[in-house]
Design a protein around this ligand. Structure first.
Ligand SMILES: [Zn+2]
Length: 316
């Protein structure tokens, strides 16, 4: 309805860049053993350049050729914002909280999306924070500084917590150019972590929660960045958070990197290592920033990998 009347010849870029919050957002439910999993959207993040957001320092020709071969635009990228909920009896576990108000009207849709899926913010009992970036932690607080999810207990890795709460953060191994913006992010993250302190649990690598979740520290994107293994009855899926931000660029070239990575080299090494493992085990993957709904598998291809997205016969 929002797009009605827009000329069919307009490029996709214009449509997405001008989209308002959809009136009714679709959600995707699926079963994992005894667990019910629900994916909702927080919106999207529009990047008006591919490089140097992706593949900083790589020859533009090589990047553009791969984008064109994949039928993708060469002048911008839209990152998905896929939110995952795990329902186990009366527990509702949410992994990350979206951008909140941090990134404008293209994102921060989580609360409305949850309502469309029949879930109220007060229903959420556990929130896992994969890492301290504003597109993951921004939805914790309302604009007035109060809690969006008043009944939740929060979990973040101790390494991640200590990194952000320190007096100084080491961003020297990041390719991100706007160091002043990193300072702004840091202050916002410190405010969130301070506000939720009475309900915040700091975890080490390998923590098990609710008998269906195991947290693994996968460092590089940030020092204490965590991925979440979800399992039930011999089935599993892994929420890889910000291990990878592009299906067509970083699966074939995990070493090309993403300039949001706090340690570009370590993030690339971790990306390769985790993808190799998930390829061997053929474990289903949930990816926060890949195209909706971000569910699929990795498989080996040439010297790298490829993303095989799950497809569905109808929207449900
Ligand atoms: Zn992110």
């Amino acid at each position: 309805m929002i797009l009605a009347g827009v000329g069919a010849s307009l490029p996709l870029k214009s449509l997405l860049a001008s989209v308002a919050t959809p009136v009714a957002r679709p959600f995707h439910k699926f079963q994992l053993g005894e667990l019910e999993l629900i994916t909702v959207t927080d919106g999207f993040i529009h990047m008006d350049k591919v490089q140097p957001n992706f593949a900083p320092g790589v020859a533009a020709k090589q990047v553009n050729e791969l984008l064109q071969k994949s039928f993708r635009p060469t002048d911008h990228v839209d990152l998905g914002m896929n939110m995952l909920l795990v329902k186990k009896q009366d527990q509702i576990i949410l992994i990350d909280t979206g951008t909140g108000n941090a990134f404008g009207k293209n994102s921060g849709w989580l609360l409305n999306s949850l309502a469309d899926a029949g879930i109220q913010a007060t229903d959420i009992s556990t929130i896992i924070i994969s890492h301290g970036h504003p597109d993951h932690i921004g939805g914790v607080l309302k604009e007035d500084g109060s809690l969006n999810f008043p009944n939740a207990e929060y979990y973040i890795s101790r390494i991640e917590h200590d990194f952000w709460m320190a007096d100084q953060q080491d961003f020297s191994k990041s390719a991100f150019e706007d160091k002043a913006l990193l300072k702004v992010f840091t202050k916002a993250t410190q405010q969130v972590l301070t506000t939720i302190k009475p309900k915040l649990h700091l975890f080490e690598d390998g923590l098990v929660l609710h008998d269906c979740i195991k947290l693994e520290i996968a460092p590089g994107h940030t020092p204490g960045h965590a991925i979440t293994h979800i399992y039930s009855g011999g089935n599993s899926i892994v929420h890889v958070a910000d291990l990878i931000h592009s299906d067509v660029l970083l699966f074939p070239h995990p070493e090309w990197g993403f300039n949001g990575d706090t340690d570009l080299q370590l993030a690339a090494a971790t990306r390769k290592k985790v993808l190799a493992r998930l390829t061997t085990s053929a474990t289903p993957i949930f990816a926060y920033h890949l195209p909706w709904p971000g569910i699929g598998h990795a498989r080996k291809k040439d010297n790298g990998f490829e993303w095989v997205a799950e497809t569905y016969a109808f929207p449900a």
